[in-house]
Design a protein around this ligand. Structure first.
Ligand code: MF3
Ligand code: CO
Ligand code: CO
Length: 318
């Protein structure tokens, strides 16, 4: 009950900030929020989310300072984006979408993944951006190219030549003026098998269903729950070792967005959050391993195919 109250008052605080009520009224609501949160079962993470959210959206200095004092231990995190930051991430996303459109236009049988990488590098540079993966934790290329049984983080190279029937994920992240946007698509080379075709389609549906499940003042767990249900219904499994993530000011921020789980669990989804959903769906087992030779390439344990789609989202008021 305390928890429901916390959400109730938090949403009131949001509305209040748009309306400009008196400091007394805001303080009243804030005290209730505080009391409700102090009593709630899900301490920690979500308490932080509500408080930071209230603070970030408030133009009321008194309330900001009050909350800051009350929650001095947890209010330093950068979980919510300002409208300016969201605009910066959107501009970065426009370039990132352009990169993926270019790859979609150019990709064909006989092409190496290194050629895809060159397209990504040149386009991004030409548009004033930087490919985020280049040099990230030592990753050597400008995108990830993951063919068939490769789940993600495949490294583009001159020896991987696309063949008729291959399915490939190309994952691009652009940095523009310091802002990150992260997305990936699947491409089918020529004609593939009905099962692989279905895998690519269901993985895309999983992204869309995850997006639908993400609601303001819902939970991160709602997203994973919806995705897992759809994958299982279609006879496929969900990779558990890798997840979506907050994004925007850095490449990988909180929260982790798992593609499985329970409704009503995990971090609260609050307006101003920017995060990816990027389900990796396997035809066989969900288990994966990392190629020891390069330390990056993630492959399915049973070497059956895997598919992934990714998009960067901003949580709005509605
Ligand atoms: N773009 C990937 C993601 O969706 C991360 C790739 S990191 C790399 O989070 F180093 F493997 F490129
Ligand atoms: Co991502
Ligand atoms: Co990505």
């Amino acid at each position: 009950q305390g928890y429901d109250l916390g959400i109730y008052f938090a949403s009131h605080l949001q509305k209040v900030f748009h309306k400009k009520v008196t400091d007394d009224e805001i303080a009243f609501l804030a005290i209730h929020l505080y009391t409700a949160l102090a009593n709630q079962h899900q301490e920690g993470e979500n308490k932080k989310v509500l408080v930071i959210s209230s603070m970030r959206q408030s133009e009321n200095i008194l309330l900001k300072q009050t909350l800051l004092n009350w929650f001095s231990d947890i209010t330093s995190e950068l979980t919510f984006k300002t409208p300016e930051q969201i605009e910066g991430i959107r501009r970065s996303g426009i370039i990132n979408t352009g990169v993926l459109d270019l790859v979609e236009h150019e990709i064909h049988a006989g092409m190496s993944t290194l050629e895809i990488d060159k397209l990504v590098y040149e386009y991004t540079k030409d548009h004033g951006g930087i490919p985020a993966t280049l040099g990230y934790d030592g990753f050597p290329k400008s995108c990830c190219t993951s063919i068939n049984e490769v789940v993600c983080h495949g490294i583009p190279n001159e020896f991987d030549i696309l063949e008729e029937g291959d399915i490939i994920n190309v994952d691009c992240t652009t940095i523009l003026d310091g802002y990150y946007a992260d997305a990936s698509r699947m491409f089918t080379i020529g004609k593939t098998t009905p099962q692989k075709e279905k895998l690519v389609r269901v993985a895309k549906e999983c992204l869309e269903i995850g997006m639908e499940a993400a609601k303001p003042f819902g939970f991160v767990g709602d997203i994973g729950h919806a995705i897992e249900k759809h994958a299982k219904k279609n006879g496929f499994s969900v990779v558990r070792d890798l997840c979506g993530h907050g994004v925007g000011i850095e490449f990988h921020e909180e929260p982790d967005v798992e593609h499985f789980g329970k409704k009503g669990t995990g971090m609260l989804l609050v307006p101003g959050m920017v995060f990816t959903i990027e389900p990796m769906i396997n035809m066989g087992t969900w288990e994966v391993f990392i190629d020891e030779e390069d330390g990056w390439t993630v492959v399915t344990e049973d070497e059956q195919p895997s598919a992934q789609w990714e998009h960067t989202f901003v949580m709005t008021d509605n």
